[in-house]
Ligand binder design. Structure first.
Ligand SMILES: Nc1ncnc2c1ncn2[C@@H]1O[C@H](COP(=O)(O)OP(=O)(O)OP(=O)(O)O)[C@@H](O)[C@H]1O
Ligand SMILES: [Mg+2]
Length: 269
């Protein structure tokens, strides 16, 4: 189970302020994000929840700089994150990693597990070539995979193993924040629970922060200290996970709770 977190007085790791983003889709204007603000402290998990189309992935993509917002600011690790360019951006980028629902899409399927994990070591020059194998072994160990997987193809391992490799690759960068967009949604329930436990354990070891995007409150409850609930491009409620589940104030929070019938009775993990 995640532990309580004292963040009073600490400078937030991430502050996204008044982010807006529109898309033109089929000739219509879609407001994917409408004046959205979030903060995240070191060592904290913020669960970003909401129904399909509410803007969760768009916010994750703005924060990871995969797309530009129309308006708003983001500070990350004390810097004007959206203003960073060139070598300053490359240096800082290492500190914010992303894990997607389908890691196969993020990897070359013919690449080996070894090269998937050591790519960041090469790109960010974090270790000399002679150390890559040793580093990859240590990273596999951290995500509880056997070293025998190192020379297998990314396309030859299971979905759960692939998600652990995606985490190992993110960890290779020694990030301070990992943005996870539906990272466990495609996995079987038992595998999903193991990956959630692993995320909590890695956070305990490293003080990592997670922005954990999901449409499933039961999953978010297992990892998130706080939740932010989105509806139609806006954040409609935010607060400590337990408080929001016990006393939701928005209709969307109530709907998400109602979608998980046994939420209140579930044994704490
Ligand atoms: N590249 C794009 N072009 C046009 N419209 C887009 C684009 N990306 C997102 N949208 C629209 O923005 C809105 C928010 O989409 P987004 O993917 O952020 O939602 P989501 O909350 O992640 O949903 P899901 O739970 O289905 O992943 C939707 O109406 C979507 O159709
Ligand atoms: Mg999404």
């Amino acid at each position: 189970m995640k532990e309580g977190l004292a963040t009073d007085g600490a400078e937030p790791l991430l502050v996204a302020n008044s982010i807006s983003r529109r898309f033109i889709s089929g000739g219509r204007r879609v407001t994917a994000l409408d004046d959205v603000s979030i903060t995240l402290s070191a060592g904290e998990t913020l669960g970003l929840l909401g129904p399909s189309g509410s803007g969760k992935s768009t916010l994750a993509r703005v924060i990871t700089r995969l797309i530009e917002p129309d308006a708003g600011e983001v500070s990350f690790a004390g810097q004007d994150w959206l203003g960073l360019k060139g070598s300053a951006l490359r240096r800082q980028r290492r500190l914010m990693q992303m894990v997607f629902q389908d890691p196969l899409g993020a990897f070359n399927p013919r690449a080996s597990v070894l090269s998937a994990i050591t790519d960041p070591l090469r790109i960010h020059r974090l270790a000399p070539r002679g150390q890559w194998r040793m580093r990859a072994n240590a990273l596999l160990d951290r995500v509880q995979l056997p070293a025998s997987l190192l020379d297998r193809g990314i396309g030859e391992i299971s979905g759960g193993q692939r998600q652990r490799v995606a985490l190992a690759r993110a960890l290779a960068c020694e990030p301070r924040l990992i943005v996870l967009d539906e990272a466990v949604s495609a996995l079987d329930v038992s595998i999903r629970g193991q990956i959630l436990d692993l995320l909590v354990e890695l956070q305990r070891q490293d003080g990592l922060a997670y922005l954990f995007v999901s449409h499933d409150l039961a999953v978010v409850k297992a990892v998130a200290h706080r939740v932010a609930i989105m509806d139609a491009g806006r954040i409609v409620e935010t607060g400590p996970t337990g408080r929001v589940i016990a006393q939701p104030s928005s209709p969307m929070a109530r709907a998400l709770i109602a979608a998980v019938p046994r939420l209140h009775q579930e044994r704490p993990r």
